[in-house]
Every structure is written in structure tokens, then in C-alpha cells.
Design a protein around this ligand. Structure first.
Ligand code: FAD
Ligand code: NAP
Length: 852
């Protein structure tokens, strides 16, 4: 079988329909059959607008046309001429394909219903095609909203018209067409290529039908061989726009496409050529029927991406508009770099945009968990509570965006899907799910350590018929659980914050716990005016202290003393005092060996366990809620308001899934080995694919086409959590193996952004085109990371720090435990020694220096 299965089956169904051969019909009859076939195509993608227009032709007639706009801001204007042998078809029959092209290319598409033969023979069609092109160019601002690149495309006879208008534009000195896309174009009226005689090619388009088309279109044989009908016959093809030429393997026109591609190339025109194997003529215009059709649209889309990347240029692309992306944009713009930020959400704030579950708030004091780069910002923003709520933090992010005019360079509701490095150009092409491709020298992944909710790993998750919510993707309009039977799965920070609120609303709440957590009471309260003005007076000193503290949280200060040095009574006294502060790091800072000495940790862990038993009335429930399988602090501790007390309520039940494992989620609820329990709603507070999830979601290809997913298959390898060998000019903010999640993230974010910005400034000063870490530096950093982690108790826990929460994820400790202060010193020293451990490249592409 020479054709693919779908095509073979389609032809067999058509043969069974016993329609007469087209070339034996009149044009009217043939048009009716073509129209019937098009009715079977699916409707194409929705557009922002679809408008039918009438274009004035030179002879006073009107040319019907349709403008398809895929977005408010199309990135190109594509004039499309449909196929049909200049006799058949129209823009209605091509509507689906037009929409597909508009969606995939991100261009506004003008579909031209040029007049058909035999009523309007040659040169009516090329004249209409040309008049429509001029009209499109003159009306570009109305059609695409602004001046954008002009592209032409067409299939078959439409490909012929597209090639012809390109030649005419060259002869006339404009309009400037930037790309011609010719899908199995007719290029020579001589019909003499061997393909016409090949029986394998006699499919939808066969030699008699092609003869029929030419006879109707250009009955005068001399006309056929004019370049306006046979573009291959033009004397000089140099200076034409770059071309994308697509052919089908079994097509009488394949050789005409090949010949045109070869002549264009010989004339110095850049050509991208692709033959679709096992396909017949017309496959591109049969949406929904043939899988290869969608592949060909995708191929054309990719070529347009590549082409338009030359027009969509930036110095830097920042992925993500959380706090990291926002500050990175601010810094790079200050340095004069043209910077684009791409954000999947429709607003700024990242974590605080997505995590809108009830009770969500920071667990590092608001005044500490805020930007320190702008003294003015510190003064004009006032936090209301010790621990601000999610809405307040989101308002803060919005305020920052407003104050520094960030939004104008952020593209929202757009996801970066791929980033490909071009070694020749030493630039990245960044692709988005909206079809845009941006060429940039630098890519900065500000994609967040905790931004990809973990995929549900419980069987039957899709079967539940009621609403299911994920804390990390909470509905913007909120959820009212009043009167409901609700299940919460998970007892990490998100669950611990939301459970008390859900319990207040729900009729019944059942909490499914796999591992109990260490949680400390937040002691949250409104901030006093005195506290606020005290901080505002001394913010500068405070920021400095943050920057030189291991966790970026200078209060309370970390004791310099071992827990072994004091009596049991004194230890207890200090633990009680730390407990009362309601500060996450209070207990771990009470002594200097909490995270390194098993006994020291046991003492504090036992203290918290006792507290849990004091807070929960039922001793059995208290014990079930008591963490015993890992040392305090080795999984991120939680801060709560009435979490344990919530289990004293009559409407709250705890299910220990270690004893009573969840077997599956059912249509009505959750089934454990004790049977099925019905729920109205289920809340998944099951955490994130942390540290690497968001970076790995983007298909990143570095030097030699190396995929980051392959490089990181056995765990992330980075230098400082900022750079990756083999991926020049790609930076990660708070990337894996930086202190990031073990610190006050805003302190770490600012440190990373500043370091990356300074590095870019240094490169620009030295006229350097690219920088990447060496493998040796990466290995040395990995060794240091591992050794440092092994000096602590951290590796003992099955935490998300180590990837243990995601089934199948490689286990490596993904955060640097050496502290923000030490890390900062290391980063500064590396920068001061001309970026030791990095390799740099001059614009002439030679490796300049390998600084070791
Ligand atoms: P994020 O805020 O996660 O932003 C990343 C952004 O990148 C997101 O908006 C995402 O949509 C976007 N993105 C990702 N991939 C793509 C893509 N391919 N294309 C386009 N856009 C993309 N840290 C603390 O220090 N203190 C706290 O109290 C604290 N509380 C937290 C509470 C919750 C519920 C969570 C989940 C985390 C908390 N954290 C806390 C950690 C928090 O993530 C950081 O403090 C900080 O907000 C991270 O900022 P970021 O900009 O690095 O990442
Ligand atoms: P998390 O800490 O990873 O907690 C997820 C919870 O779901 C854990 O209890 C986990 O149990 C459980 N779980 C996961 N899969 C499960 C399954 N298949 N069956 C049963 N239970 C399952 O996630 P998170 O609570 O979203 O917090 C993540 C991080 O975000 C925090 O550590 C913190 O850094 C940050 N955060 C901070 C705050 C704050 O207070 N400001 C709030 C929320 C989040 P196991 O422990 O057994 O895996």
C-alpha cells in the first residue's frame, strides 16, 4: 500500500460512492461535488473575529474575501489563495483550513475568493490575486492592528497564484512579501514532467483533470506558458521572498514543486522544502479527514514561527511573571535590554495568583516577605497583618507591577512551550502556545519552584463526578463548601492552611493524611502602627541583615550554641519562647545544631509532638496527627492557625491512609480498604512537582540539540542553580541546587536576579555573546551540594526537596543547604573572578576563555 491508511480508506469510500470522474463533468457539476465534500470538514478553531469583505478589483468588480483574526494582535498578515484548479472551490470550502492556519501561525489570514474560470479565464485569477494583495498591504493596520510582516500562501492553483504575486511584487518593487508558502503548487503549464505519466499519481488529481483545469483556465496554450501562469518559466527568480514548499509524494504536481524549489535555490532564494510521504494531492485541504493534514499545518506553522522569529526580537525573554519574573523584567529594562515576559496566567504574582485556596497566606512575616530593592516601594506599601493573606500579597504584586509599569512588557495567558538554541546565531528561539516565536539572546526561567501542581497519583481521579479542586489552581471566584461533605487529601502546608476554613463551612470534612506534619502556631494578628513605623524606619538595615542571614529571616537570630550545652530545663524554656514567637524558624534557630545533630533534633521534635497532644483532645487522633517518621525541619515545617484544634470539631474526621490506604477515587467519593465514602467535593492538597517541574515542562534544546529533559533525566545538574552546561545564556531564577526554597524566597529571588543581571551587564561590557557553565564547575557544585546536604539531617525525609513526592522522579537533594549568606559570598566571588566556572563566547563564535 503506497498511501497511508487514512488516505487509502478515504479513496476506497469515495470509489464506493461511484461519483463520475470530475473531468467528465461541467464546472457547475464539479463545484457541487466539491461543495458537498467540504460540508464534511469540521468547523475550524474559533477566531477573535471573522469578517467578510469586498475588495475592489481593477475592472470595478468586487472580489469576495474573508479576514480571520486569531487574536487581537496578530503577528503577521497572511494572504491565502485556495486551490481548485482556478475553476473549483471558494473561501467557504476553505474556511476550516484558513482558521487552522490563522490559529497555528498567529497571523491574520485574508482568504481571497478570486474569480474562477471558465467564466473568468486567465489572467482574471492572477489579477484578482494581485489586487487583493495590494488591498491587504494598504489595509494592514485595519486587518492586523499594526504594521506586520506580509506573507502569501496557497495550495495547488492557489500556490501558483502565490508564486505569481511574489514575482509581480518583485517586478513592481513591492509590496514587501516576507515569505511565500507554496503547497504542491502548479508551476508549469507544459505538463511534461514524468509524474503526469505515472499511474501511481492518478488519484484525486489525475492527468485528465489537470488537463481539464488548464483547458478552462487558459484555453490559449501560449498563455499557459507565460510566467504569470507558469512561474517556473520566469527568467530570473532571484530576489524573491524566502519560500516554504510542501509537496505530496503521490502527486502529478510533485515535480513542479521540486523544480520550483530547485530553481529558487539556484537563484539564491532561501527555500525550505518538505515532501509529505504516502500522501496524495489535495491532502492539505482536507481537514479532519487525514491525519497528515494536521501535520502539514503544524509544519507550515513551525516554518512561520521560524520566519517570524526574525521579526519578533528581544534581548531577553523571561518566562513567568511571579515575583522573580517581575523583578527580572525591572532590572533588565533598567539596563536598557528589550525584554519580553511570557506568563501563563492572566495576571502577575505567580504563586499568589494561582493559590487562592481558603486560608492561603505567607508563613514568613509579611514585612520580611517583600521586595527590598526599592526603598520607595517599602515606604509606600503597608502590610496589614503579621502574615498577609493571599489576596493582600496578590494586591502587593499588582501594586509592584503598576508602580514599575511592568505590564506593558508582559504577555499574559501565554505559555512558553519550547526554547531552541541556535549555536550559529548564539540566540534562543522561544516558542509559545499562541504560535509566537521570539528570538532572544537571553532566556531567564523565572518559572517558580512550586508552580506545577503534582499530577494526581491516585487511581480513578478522573472518575469523581463532583467538583474536584487543586489548591495550587484554585478557582478565582472561590468555592462555597456550605452544607457539603468534603474530602481533603494531604496534610502539607496548603492543607494545613485550608482545613480550618473548610471545616467551618462544610457539613462534614474528612482529611486523608499520609504523613503527619510538624506545624507551629502562627500567632497571626494585625500589625500595629508602631511595628510598621519601626520597620519602615529601619528597613535598610533590616534588608542588609536579611541578605546576610542563612535563611533570609534574621528574627529571631540563630543561637550560636548547641542544644547539648544547656540543661533540659533551659532547653524547654527556649523552645517555649520560640514557640510563642509564632515564627517558622523560631524553633530551628533556638540552637545551632537542630538540623545537624540527631539528638538535638529529637529534643525539639519531641517538644512539638507534646504540643500536638496538648492541642488535640482525642489522644488517638492526636497520635495519628503526630509526625514520627522524619526529623523536624527535614520536610518544610508548617505554620498554622487552629489546624490541630480543628480535629476537635465534631464535623471533622481524620483518615490515616498509611493504616487505611486509599484504593481509588470513585464517581461518588473515595474508596479505602474500609469501604467507599461519599463526598460532594474533593480537595487535592497534594503538592507540587517542585523545583524542576516547570522547567522540564518546557522543551528546552541547547548546544547540539541536547534536550534538557535528557540531561536532567537522572536529576537536575546545574552550576549554582543558575546556569546549565550546554545551555548558554539560559538562566534559572532560584533553580535547583540554589538555596531557594530553604530560604525566604524573596531574598533569594532578589539575589539571583541581581546576579544574573550583573552577569549580563558584564557580558555586554566585554562584548561577549554567550556564557555557559563548564561541566567541571557543574560537577564540583553538585559534589559540594551533596556533601553539604549529607552533613545535615535533611536526606532522612521523603520530602519534595528530594523529589520523593512524585512517583518516578529521580531522587536528588534539590536545594543548597549551605545558606543564603554563604551562597551569596560564593556567587559574588565567582563574579569577581570573571565568572569562574563559566565559559564565554565572543560574537565571532570562538570560545574566548574558559575561566576555571
Ligand atoms: P512563581 O510565583 O511560582 O511564578 C512562576 C510563574 O511562572 C507562574 O505565574 C507561572 O504561571 C509561570 N510559568 C511557569 N511556567 C511557565 C511557562 N512555561 N510559560 C509561561 N509561564 C510560566 N515562599 C516564602 O518564602 N514564604 C512564603 O510564605 C511562601 N508561601 C508560599 C505559599 C504557597 C501556597 C506556595 C505554593 C509557595 C509559597 N512560597 C513561599 C514559595 C513561593 O513560591 C515563592 O515565595 C515565590 O512566590 C516564588 O516566586 P517565583 O516568581 O519564583 O515563582
Ligand atoms: P506538600 O507539602 O507536598 O504536601 C502535600 C500533601 O499531600 C502531603 O501531606 C502529602 O503526603 C500528601 N499527598 C501527596 N500525594 C498523596 C497521595 N497520593 N495520597 C495521599 N496523600 C498524598 O504540598 P503543599 O502543602 O502544597 O506545600 C508545598 C510547599 O509550598 C510547602 O512546603 C511550602 O514550601 C509552600 N507552601 C507554603 C505555604 C505557607 O504557609 N505560606 C502554604 C502552602 C504551600 P506525603 O507527605 O506523604 O507526601
Amino acid at each position: 500500500m503506497k498511501l497511508d491508511i487514512a488516505t487509502t480508506a478515504l479513496l476506497s469510500q469515495m470509489a464506493a460512492g461511484e461519483a463520475p470522474p470530475m473531468h467528465e463533468l461541467s464546472p457547475e457539476e464539479a463545484r457541487l461535488i466539491g461543495g458537498q465534500m467540504a460540508k464534511g470538514y469540521p468547523g475550524g478553531p474559533a477566531m477573535v473575529s471573522v469578517k467578510d469583505v469586498e475588495i475592489p478589483a481593477r475592472d470595478g468588480a468586487k472580489i469576495r474575501a474573508r479576514v480571520l483574526k486569531p487574536s487581537e494582535s496578530p503577528r503577521g498578515l497572511l494572504v491565502f489563495y485556495h486551490g481548485g484548479g482556478w475553476v473549483l472551490a471558494n473561501i467557504d470550502e476553505y474556511d476550516t483550513l484558513g482558521r487552522q492556519l490563522a490559529e497555528r501561525t498567529g497571523c491574520a489570514v485574508l482568504m481571497v475568493d478570486y474569480r474562477k474560470a471558465p467564466e473568468h479565464p486567465f489572467p482574471a485569477a492572477p489579477n484578482d490575486a494581485w489586487d487583493a494583495l495590494l488591498w491587504a498591504n494598504d489595509n494592514m493596520a485595519a486587518l492586523a492592528g499594526r504594521k506586520v510582516p506580509l506573507l502569501v500562501a496557497g495550495d495547488s492553483a492557489g500556490g501558483n497564484l502565490a508564486a505569481v504575486v511574489c514575482q509581480k511584487a518583485k517586478a513592481e518593487g513591492g509590496p514587501a512579501i516576507t515569505l511565500q508558502i507554496l503547497v504542491y503548487p502548479v508551476t508549469d503549464g507544459a505538463m511534461e514532467t514524468p509524474g503526469y505519466a505515472n499511474p501511481d499519481n492518478q488519484l484525486l488529481l489525475n492527468t485528465p483533470l489537470m488537463t481539464w483545469f488548464w483547458d478552462h483556465y487558459a484555453p490559449n496554450k501560449d498563455d499557459r506558458l507565460k510566467p504569470e501562469a507558469s512561474p517556473l518559466r520566469a527568467d530570473d527568480l532571484s530576489g524573491l521572498p524566502p519560500a516554504v514548499i510542501v509537496t505530496a509524494q503521490y502527486d502529478i504536481l510533485r515535480e513542479e514543486g521540486e523544480a520550483y524549489a530547485a530553481r529558487l535555490r539556484d537563484s539564491g532564494v532561501p527555500v525550505t522544502y518538505k515532501q509529505f510521504d504516502r500522501q496524495m494531492h489535495n491532502f492539505f485541504a482536507m481537514p479532519g479527514l487525514l491525519p497528515a493534514q494536521a501535520k502539514a499545518v503544524e509544519y507550515v506553522g513551525e516554518q512561520v514561527d521560524r520566519h517570524l522569529a526574525k521579526f519578533s526580537q528581544a534581548d531577553a525573554v523571561v518566562v513567568g511573571a511571579g515575583f522573580a519574573g517581575m523583578y527580572q523584567l525591572h532590572r533588565l529594562r533598567q539596563m536598557g535590554l528589550k525584554t519580553r515576559v511570557i506568563e501563563a496566567g492572566d495576571g502577575v504574582g505567580g504563586t499568589w495568583y494561582w493559590n487562592r485556596y481558603p486560608g492561603a497566606r505567607c508563613d514568613i512575616e509579611s514585612m520580611a516577605y517583600s521586595f527590598g530593592f526599592s526603598p520607595e516601594l517599602e515606604q509606600d506599601w503597608t502590610w496589614s497583618e503579621k502574615y498577609a493573606t493571599q489576596p493582600e500579597i496578590l494586591r502587593y504584586a499588582e501594586h509592584v507591577a503598576e508602580r514599575f509599569d511592568l505590564r506593558k512588557d508582559i504577555t499574559f495567558e501565554t505559555r512558553v512551550t519550547r526554547a531552541i538554541y541556535d549555536e550559529e546565531e548564539m540566540r534562543w528561539t522561544v516558542y509559545t502556545d499562541k504560535g509566537e516565536a521570539i528570538s532572544a539572546q537571553y532566556v531567564i526561567m523565572a518559572t517558580g519552584c512550586l508552580s506545577v501542581p503534582k499530577q494526581p497519583d491516585i487511581p480513578g481521579t478522573d472518575e469523581f463526578k463532583g467538583p474536584a479542586y487543586v489548591t495550587g489552581k484554585w478557582p478565582h471566584e472561590g468555592v462555597d463548601f456550605t452544607g457539603q461533605r468534603v474530602a481533603v487529601i494531604g496534610t502539607g502546608s496548603s492543607a494545613i492552611q485550608s482545613i480550618p476554613h473548610i471545616a467551618e463551612q462544610a457539613k462534614e470534612l474528612t482529611v486523608y493524611q499520609r504523613t503527619p506534619a510538624y506545624s507551629l502556631p502562627a500567632g497571626n494578628r494585625p500589625l500595629t502602627n508602631a511595628e510598621i513605623s519601626e520597620m519602615k524606619q529601619h528597613y535598610r538595615d533590616y534588608r542588609e541583615a536579611q541578605r546576610h542571614h542563612p535563611g533570609g529571616i534574621p528574627n529571631p537570630p540563630r543561637a550560636m550554641e548547641s542544644a547539648h550545652n544547656v540543661s533540659a530545663e533551659e532547653r524547654r524554656k527556649r523552645y517555649e519562647a520560640a514557640w510563642e514567637t509564632g515564627i517558622l524558624t523560631g524553633l530551628s534557630s533556638a540552637f545551632n545544631d537542630t538540623m545537624t545533630d540527631q539528638q538535638a533534633n529529637d529534643w525539639v521534635s519531641d517538644f512539638i509532638r507534646e504540643k500536638i497532644h496538648e492541642r488535640v483532645k482525642d489522644p488517638e487522633v492526636a497520635e495519628a496527627l503526630t509526625p514520627r517518621s522524619f526529623p523536624f525541619g527535614t520536610k518544610r515545617p508548617c505554620l498554622d492557625t487552629d489546624y490541630f484544634e480543628t480535629f476537635n470539631r465534631d464535623n471533622v474526621e481524620l483518615v490515616d491512609v498509611r493504616k487505611t490506604p486509599i484504593e481509588r477515587i470513585t464517581a461518588k467519593g473515595i474508596e479505602t480498604k474500609d469501604g467507599e465514602k461519599e463526598f460532594d467535593s474533593i480537595v487535592f492538597a497534594t503538592g507540587f512537582d517542585a523545583m524542576t517541574g516547570a522547567i522540564m515542562n518546557v522543551d528546552i534544546r541547547g548546544v547540539g540539540g541536547m534536550a534538557l529533559r535528557d540531561k536532567w533525566a537522572d536529576g537536575p545538574h546545574t552550576y549554582l542553580g543558575i546556569g546549565i552546561a550546554g545551555f548558554p545564556n539560559l538562566f534559572t531564577i532560584t533553580g535547583p541546587s540554589s538555596p531557594s526554597v530553604l530560604s525566604n524566597m524573596l531574598v533569594s529571588i532578589e539575589q539571583h536576579v541581581d546576579w544574573v543581571s550583573d552577569c549580563i551587564a558584564w557580558m555586554r561590557k566585554g562584548d561577549l555573546a554567550a556564557i555557559e557553565p563548564t561541566e567541571e564547575a557543574e560537577d564540583e557544585w553538585a559534589e559540594h551540594n551533596e556533601a553539604t546536604a549529607n552533613l545535615t539531617l535533611f536526606p532522612q525525609a521523603n520530602s519534595w526537596y528530594i523529589g520523593a513526592n512524585v512517583p518516578g522522579k529521580p531522587r536528588t537533594f534539590m536545594a543548597y543547604v549551605g545558606g543564603v549568606d554563604t551562597y551569596r559570598t560564593l556567587c559574588d566571588q565567582i563574579a569577581a573572578s570573571d565568572y569562574a566556572g563559566f565559559r564565554t563566547y565572543e560574537a565571532d563564535r570562538e570560545a574566548k576563555a574558559m575561566s576555571a
